[in-house]
Design a binder for this molecule. Structure first.
Ligand SMILES: [Zn+2]
Ligand SMILES: [Zn+2]
Length: 342
């Protein structure tokens, strides 16, 4: 099959023919219809592979159609079924796997990493324990957004006091920031204000329910107060670079809440005293459970969330390495999808 392969940092992905996947117990092979590019895909091409690994197929935001079933697959799945899947392969029988919280499975592998090949390919394997049916009412394109939407949903579900009636600041309008804006609005926030550097991305935020925009290069606190009459009592950090948590602590009022969604791979520092004096509640979050995926699919199928503006480009294999590299620089692109069938 054809795949976009990552070989070493500093060189673009290469389109190669590699061996077709075969399904292990409980697994199915899907033909990938679309696969989104995530910030973590870019991050993982910055590091050298572990010894013994020379090529990796990334991509964990995929949807597809079952073309082959392995042995002992769970009931309810057939060839031709459309699905979205958590990009995890769990053991299938620990408590975490049975509950659908496979992230916490001790032997969990991540699809689209050095642990298991992912969706930047014509075919990939999924474990059907982690898959949810994608009804016909959800397009393939929207299906590829289930994963980033589930990240943001899982994040806001961790909030102790919810979103209803809150004055919320979302820092960063990348795909995860926009998805947070969508859920903040969906769950009843009063104001959803977005701070962002790129004017193109900032403009997208309104389509997802942002009630106001602030320029991230200016005085964010002052602009927020002008728009809402208050300080941001709940801040969703969706940028994931050093300095953001400290900045959010500065902006928060006494008793404020911080939700750290942006995935930061570098050491960061902040002054704990600032958070202490304000008695801030700081919650870090990661990934999603199967129930998050199912909720997103249900809301898409019922047309209760509008996500069209998030996809800014869909490219075939031939244009994919260049489109992937372009995301390393500041960009107005939001979500780019690979269409391996184009
Ligand atoms: Zn992702
Ligand atoms: Zn398990």
């Amino acid at each position: 099959m054809k795949a976009a392969v990552f070989r070493e940092p500093g060189t673009p992905l290469t389109i190669e023919t590699i061996a077709d996947p075969t399904p292990a117990v409980g697994e199915a092979i899907i033909q990938v219809h679309h696969c989104g590019v995530c910030g973590t895909d870019l991050h993982s091409t910055e590091q050298q592979h572990e010894p013994g690994i020379d090529c990796v197929v990334l991509g964990h935001e995929f949807v597809g159609e079952i073309v082959e079933l392995g042995k002992d697959t769970p009931a309810g799945w057939r060839k031709g079924d459309r699905l979205a899947s958590l990009p995890f392969i769990g053991c299938g029988h620990c408590l975490a796997c049975l509950k659908g919280t496979t992230w916490q499975c001790a032997s969990r592998k991540i699809i689209g990493s050095a642990e298991a090949p992912g969706g930047f390919a014509e075919y990939t394997s999924v474990h059907l324990n982690e898959a949810v049916h994608l009804p016909d009412a959800v397009s393939w394109e929207h299906g590829a957004l289930v994963e980033p939407l589930a990240v943001a949903l899982h994040a806001v579900r961790k909030l102790n006091h919810g979103l209803a009636g809150k004055n919320v600041l979302v820092m960063g309008a990348g795909p995860i920031g926009l998805a947070c804006v969508l859920w903040a609005s969906f769950f009843g926030a009063r104001h959803v204000i977005v701070s962002e550097l790129d004017p193109g991305r900032a403009k997208l935020a309104a389509a997802f329910g942002a009630t106001g925009l602030v320029d991230a290069t200016g005085d964010v606190g002052e602009q927020f107060r002008t728009l809402t009459g208050s300080a941001p009592e709940l801040i969703l950090e969706c940028v994931g670079v050093p300095g953001m948590i400290g900045q959010a602590m500065e902006l928060a009022p006494y008793g404020g809440e911080l939700l750290i969604v942006g995935f930061c791979m570098k050491p960061d520092s902040f002054l704990p005293a600032i958070a202490m004096v304000k008695e801030l509640a700081v919650q870090f979050v990661i990934a999603y459970d199967k129930s998050d995926f199912q909720f997103v699919v249900d809301m898409l199928a019922a047309d209760r969330i509008k996500v069209d503006g998030m996809i800014t480009d869909i490219v075939p294999f031939s244009a994919f390495p260049t489109a992937f590299e372009a995301l390393r620089r500041p960009t107005s692109q939001c979500k780019i999808l690979l269409n391996p069938m184009a």
